[in-house]
Design a binder for this molecule. Structure first.
Ligand code: HEM
Length: 81
């Protein structure tokens, strides 16, 4: 069981700007990364994934395939799909 609320894909897609919040999904988890955008080592590219899935982008930028990156992401979890 999980303490996180279930969030629809449709709701995630409404969060794709700094004004409306930047949410992404990864392996069934939903993350509000609004506060992280300005800290991202890869800069504004992170906004390409806003409102959708990280997987296609992280497949291209393998630098994310590290434990410390997943730990960072986990801090921003707000729900599950
Ligand atoms: C680098 C986190 C999304 C592109 C990094 C690094 C972290 C990070 C921690 C540095 C890794 C290291 O050097 O050990 C994240 C998180 C994301 C995210 C938490 C989503 C929540 C994205 C997306 C893209 C992207 C969607 C591309 C569309 C890059 C690039 C770098 C990078 C190009 C390399 C920057 C450089 O070393 O010059 N990211 N990232 N990232 N990220 Fe992301």
């Amino acid at each position: 069981t999980s303490a996180f609320p279930i969030i629809s894909q449709e709701e995630v897609t409404t969060h794709r700007s700094l004004e409306d919040g930047v949410w992404v999904t990864y392996k069934g988890g939903v993350y509000d990364i609004t506060e992280f955008v300005a800290m991202h080592p890869g800069g504004d590219k992170i906004l390409l994934a806003a409102g959708g899935a990280l997987e296609p982008f992280w497949a291209l930028y393998a630098v994310h395939n590290q434990e410390h990156v997943l730990e960072m992401l986990s801090e921003y979890k707000v729900g599950e799909l």
